[in-house]
Structures are given as C-alpha cells and as structure tokens.
Write a protein that binds this ligand. Structure first.
Ligand code: 1GP
Length: 249
C-alpha cells in the first residue's frame, strides 16, 4: 500500500541513484519559504520539515504552508514528537525510534499521533529511525541507546528487524550538527541486507562526504544545518547533489 509521495520518491531514486532531502527545522530556519525554493532549484527531490526539539505546532503549520506555496516537490514531515504532525504536509516519516530506551518514542507518540495523520490525509511513510553516536539533540530527546559509529553490525541488526516488521524506510541518523557523520562502512553494511529505502543524515556537509555515503548505497541523504540560514549555500548544495548522483553512475 504505497502512496503518491512514496512512488514519486522511488521514481526519483531510480532516476538519480541517490536523492537529496534537505531538512528545514521549523524553529531554527530563517525564511523557510525562500530556503525551500533554493533547495528545489539546487535539485532536491523533497523537503523534510521538523526536528527533534520542534514543539510549536502553530509555527510548524505556518512554515509548511509557506513552503508549499513556493515549491512543487513534496513536503514531508519529520516529527520528533506528536507536535510534529501538521495538516498541510504531503507525507510524514511515520517513525519509530527503534533504539530508544523509552517506549514513548517507539510506539507511544505514534499511537497518539496516528489519528491526526489519518484525519488530515497525510501519507505515512513507515520509517525505522535509528540513532548512531551520542551527544546530539535527537539522541538526548529521544533517549536513544546510540549505536557506536564503529559497530556497523548493530545497525544491520536493527535495519533487518525493521524490514521484517514491514518498515519500508530506514533512517540512519547521526543527529543534526553531529561532529561526525554515519560512516560509509556502516551504510554499505546496512545496504547489503536492508531492501527498503535507506536514508542517511547528520553531519554531512561536503560533496566528498555526500558522494561517499551515496556510493556506499544510501538512497537519500538529509542535509539540515548547512541550509538553516538564508545565506550563500546554494552552490555547495548543488555540488553535493551532483556528487551524490555521480557516485551512483
Ligand atoms: C538531522 O539528519 C539531519 O536530523 C540533518 O543533519 O543538520 O547535521 O545536516 P545536519
């Protein structure tokens, strides 16, 4: 039962090998609408909106509406809690933080938020959210028992479990602004086993790194902090997207 956005993302992945899904944090981004336009022009295939500490639903709703007016690519919610559900979005990474120590982040928030997703006809993308490395907001807020960066097998175990539980997306997350990104070795190990859509994010800030992660087998790469301020990052983002696409040729 795959919806419109999921099919569109699949087509983009077939076309480009690896796609870019920039993340706009509704609470940290200045001028989200203009940022959205720029990322679309740079070649992004969709826009994630959310963040682990975004709790203002009114602000989120405004940001989503403004972005929707400015772009044609899908706007996908990336919630850190039930407050991350917003009516105007096209889809939501309906995520379970598989390696949290708190059941609230594994099934609790999901049960609380599910009816709102249904009510507003937001397309749910069933996602296993797996946190790698410590010290970030996602790690702290989500009470994660983080997978060490040098233990790819642990990420494989969680990803395969996610597949067997029917989750069509896995998001390997080092956390926003992470001092190191998920290593290509871990991405490659997960890719070998996990058959769904593999998203990787956190601390990816250069074309070289983006290319390495793409080459290792990521279907989608998330870039957040770099595009937060409405500044001169557009060329760099285009170079990163180019590197992702070339890596898969
Ligand atoms: C965070 O993976 C995303 O949830 C993006 O990370 O902000 O470090 O690019 P950065």
């Amino acid at each position: 039962m795959t919806g419109k956005v999921e099919q569109q993302l699949k087509k983009e992945i077939e076309k480009h090998g690896t796609i870019c899904l920039p993340l706009i944090d509704s609470e940290n981004s200045t001028n989200a609408a203009s940022i959205a336009k720029k990322v679309e022009e740079a070649g992004a295939s969709g826009i994630l909106v959310g963040g682990s500490s975004a709790i203002d639903q009114f602000e989120l709703a405004n940001v989503v509406s403004e972005i929707k007016k400015n772009v044609t690519i899908p706007v996908i919610l990336f919630p850190g809690n039930v407050t991350g559900v917003s009516p105007k979005a096209d889809a939501i990474l309906f995520s379970s933080l598989l390696n949290s120590e708190d059941p609230y982040f594994i099934t609790g928030a999901q049960a609380l938020g599910a009816l709102a997703v249904k009510k507003h006809s937001i397309e749910p993308l069933p996602t296993a959210y797996i946190i790698v490395g410590e010290g970030t907001a996602a790690w702290f807020v989500g009470r994660a028992r983080a997978i060490p960066f040098n233990k790819p097998n642990l990420a494989v175990m969680y990803s395969l479990a996610a597949q067997y539980m029917g989750m069509r997306f896995v998001y390997l997350e080092a956390g926003s602004g992470a001092s190191q990104n998920v290593q290509p070795e871990m991405v490659a190990a997960v890719r070998k086993y996990y058959e769904g859509t593999l998203i990787v994010g956190g601390g990816i800030r250069s074309p070289e790194t983006a290319g390495q992660i793409a080459k290792a087998g990521a279907d989608a790469i998330v870039v957040g902090t770099m595009i937060e301020k409405d500044g001169q990052w557009q060329q760099k983002l285009s170079a990163m997207i180019k590197a992702m696409r070339q890596a898969r040729k």
